[in-house]
Design a protein around this ligand. Structure first.
Ligand code: TXA
Ligand code: MG
Length: 539
C-alpha cells in the first residue's frame, strides 16, 4: 500500500480527502497536541480491526475515540455524569481522556470488549476539522508500532507506518509530546489510569479526591491487572536496557557520571549535557522545564535505536505537574528499573589563595559535611589510576619516572609553554577526575567539594551551589605572607596570577566575602552562611 502524506497547509483538499479515507474505513495518521494517532472510523469494526493489525496491538487493548466537541459525548456514552461536562468545559480541547459507559453503537472491538469507552477531544484544529468532515468518531491509539515510543512528529509515524496505512496528515510536531491523561469516571472516587499531558493536580482541583492506579507508579506483580489494559504492556522501550535515576538533578547527574560505561547513552537535562561529552546524549530540556521534557521524552527514547548504544541512563524529573507523566514514560521504558541517587546537598567551594576557602570548608564540616578535596583526589589518582596514567602518557610521552612518580617539571615544560597542550592535559585529567569525584559523593547527605578549578573542570554541575570565596586583595596579601612566610612582592605576584573576584561574582551561584580579622571569625560567618544556604535548598 502506498501511504499518502498530506500537507494541509499546502494542499487545498487535504481535509476533505483525509476525511474521505476515514469515511470509507481506511487508516489515517492524525496529528494531535499529545502524540500522533493512528485513526479509523471508531464505529466500523473492520476499520478498527485494521488498526490493531497495523500496530501489532493485542486485541484486548481498547482504543479511545476522538470527537470534535463535548456535544458528541452523548452519542457514544451512557449516563454521562455532570462532572464529565465540567471537565470538558475546562480542559477540552486538550490532553484529557475520560472513561465513560459506552453506548451499544460503539463496537466491543473498539473497546477491547469493555462496557466502557475512552473519549477525548484533541487540541489540534486540523484534526477536529477532519473528524467533523468525516462525521464519525475517530478511534485512534498512538501511531507507533506496538511497544515502540509514541510518535511526536509525522516523520516518526512514517518510520513506523509507511506502506501499512492509507495516509498520514502532517500537522507539525506535537506541542505536548506525551499522551493524554486518562481518568476513569465510572468509579468513585475517579481514578487516574494514565498520567499525561494534563497534570493530576489540575484534575484534583475539579474533582477533589482522585485515586491513582497502581500501574502509574510501579511495576505490576505477576497476575495483577491495570484498569487501563494498555498499561500492562512493556512500552516505549528502546532496544538497549534503560536505567532511570531519580533524585535531585545534580545527584542523578553525578550518579550517572560515576556509573557510565563506554557504550552508554544518556538522557539528561540540558544543563548536564557537557558532563557526558563523548557519549551519545539526548537532552530532555532544562531541569526546571517539564513541558520541554514532555515534548522531548519520546524522541529521546526513540533515537537510540539506530545506534550501537548498549545501555541507557536517564535523569528523571520529580512527579509534580507534568513530571508525573514524564517520569512514568521513562520508568516504563526502563521496566521500572529505577535507582535513587538521593537529594543530599553538594556545595562546591572555590576561590583564590588567602581568601579563606579552608576555613569555609571547616565550617561546612562543623555542620556534618564530608569534605572532598579535588586536588588530593587527583594526586591520589596520579599514583594509583592506571588508565589516567596511560592517557597522560599517550598524550605527553614518558612523564612518569622509574618509580612511577609524575615528573612535574617534565610535564610542566610541555604544557606551560603551550596553551593547546595545557587544554589537552586538563581535558584528559577532568575526564578521569569527574567520575571519581562523583562516585565519592555517593551516599553523603552533605558534601563540601574543594576545587580550585571547580567551574572550568565542569565539576560545578555536580553541585547544587557553587560558592566563590573572595577577600580584598590587601587582606589576602597579609594572610599569605603570614601563612607561607613570603615577602609582600611575591605574595602580590601570586595573587595577581589568580582569578579576580569579579570572576567568582560572575560565575558562581553564590559568593562569600571574607573581611574577617581572624580565621575563627570567618569560620563562624561561613557557618551561618551555609546554614542559610541549606535552608534555602531544603525549601
Ligand atoms: O493522547 C492520546 O491519548 C493519544 C492520542 C492519539 O490521542 N492516544 C493514545 O492511545 O495514547 P493509546 O491507545 O496508545 O492509549 C490509550 C490507553 C491504553 O492504555 C488503553 O488500554 C487505555 O487507554 N484505554 C482505552 N480505553 C479504555 C477503557 N475503556 N478503559 C480503560 N482503559 C482504556
Ligand atoms: Mg500508545
Amino acid at each position: 500500500m502506498k501511504t499518502r502524506i498530506f500537507h494541509p497547509e499546502k494542499e487545498n483538499n487535504a481535509i476533505e480527502e483525509s476525511a474521505a479515507i476515514l469515511r470509507r474505513g481506511g487508516l489515517l495518521g492524525i496529528p494531535t497536541e499529545t502524540v500522533y494517532g493512528l485513526g479509523a472510523d471508531g464505529l466500523n469494526e473492520d476499520a478498527v480491526l485494521h488498526i490493531f493489525e497495523a500496530k501489532g496491538r493485542p486485541q484486548d487493548n481498547p482504543l479511545i475515540i476522538h470527537v470534535p466537541e463535548a456535544g458528541w459525548l452523548e452519542r457514544y456514552c451512557e449516563d454521562v455524569p455532570e462532572v464529565a461536562y465540567r471537565l470538558a468545559e475546562k480542559f477540552w480541547p486538550g490532553p484529557l481522556t475520560m472513561i465513560l459507559r459506552r453506548k451499544k453503537i460503539v463496537p466491543l472491538r473498539t473497546t477491547g470488549g469493555l462496557e466502557t469507552v475512552g473519549v477525548r477531544c484533541p487540541d489540534h484544529a486540523l484534526t477536529r476539522e477532519i473528524i467533523r468532515a468525516a462525521g464519525v468518531p475517530v478511534a485512534a491509539p498512538s501511531g507507533n508500532t506496538s511497544g515502540r515510543p509514541s510518535p511526536t512528529t509525522a516523520g516518526h509515524m512514517i518510520e513506523d507506518m509507511d506502506g501499512k496505512i492509507d495516509g498520514i496528515v502532517d500537522g507539525g510536531p506535537c506541542s505536548v509530546g506525551v499522551e493524554s491523561t486518562i481518568i476513569d469516571l465510572t468509579v468513585t472516587p475517579p481514578r487516574l489510569l494514565r498520567p499525561g499531558g494534563l497534570p493530576l493536580e489540575a484534575l484534583r482541583e475539579v474533582l477533589g479526591e482522585v485515586a491513582v492506579d497502581k500501574a502509574v507508579t510501579g511495576k505490576l506483580k505477576e497476575g495483577e491487572r491495570p484498569r487501563a489494559p494498555g498499561m500492562k504492556y512493556r512500552h516505549y522501550a528502546p532496544k538497549a536496557p534503560v536505567t532511570v535515576v531519580i533524585g535531585s538533578p545534580e545527584r542523578s547527574a553525578a550518579w550517572i557520571l560515576g556509573a557510565l560505561g563506554e557504550k552508554a547513552g544518556v538522557i539528561c537535562f540540558d544543563e548536564f549535557a557537557p558532563l557526558f561529552e563523548g557519549h551519545l546524549v539526548h537532552r530532555l530540556g532544562a531541569a526546571g522545564d517539564k513541558a520541554a521534557q514532555a515534548r522531548h521524552v519520546f524522541d529521546a527514547l526513540r533515537t537510540f535505536d539506530d545506534t550501537d548504544v548498549e545501555e541507557i541512563y536517564a535523569q528523571c524529573p520529580d512527579e509534580s505537574g507534568l513530571g508525573l507523566a514524564v517520569s512514568n514514560r521513562l520508568k516504563k521504558a526502563a521496566g521500572f528499573h529505577v535507582v535513587d541517587a538521593g537529594s543530599g546537598l553538594i556545595f562546591g567551594l572555590t576561590g583564590g589563595t588567602g581568601a579563606g576557602k579552608t576555613s569555609a570548608l571547616q565550617a561546612l564540616e562543623d555542620l556534618g559535611g564530608v569534605i572532598l578535596d579535588a586536588d588530593a583526589i587527583y594526586h591520589e589518582m596520579l599514583r594509583a589510576d592506571v588508565s589516567l596514567r596511560q592517557d597522560i602518557t599517550a598524550s605527553f610521552g614518558d612523564v612518569f619516572d622509574e618509580n612511577g612518580v609524575l615528573d612535574r617539571q617534565k610535564l610542566g615544560s610541555v604544557v606551560f609553554a603551550d596553551e593547546a597542550a595545557l587544554a589537552k592535559l586538563n581535558a584528559v585529567v577532568y575526564a578521569h577526575l569527574l567520575p571519581e569525584v562523583a562516585r565519592r559523593m555517593a551516599g553523603h547527605d552533605l558534601v563540601g567539594l574543594d576545587a580550585i578549578n571547580l567551574l572550568e573542570s565542569g565539576m560545578g554541575a555536580l553541585c547544587c551551589r557553587t560558592v566563590g570565596i573572595t577577600a580584598p586583595a590587601e587582606l589576602r596579601v597579609r594572610r599569605i605572607m603570614a601563612r607561607d612566610g613570603i615577602d609582600e612582592d611575591y605574595a602580590k605576584l601570586r595573587i595577581s596570577a589568580q582569578k579576580s573576584d569579579d570572576y567568582y561574582r560572575e560565575n558562581c551561584t553564590d559568593v562569600l566575602e571574607n573581611r574577617a580579622d581572624t580565621p575563627e571569625e570567618f569560620r563562624e560567618m561561613a557557618r551561618q552562611f551555609f546554614i542559610d544556604l541549606i535552608k534555602e535548598e531544603q525549601q
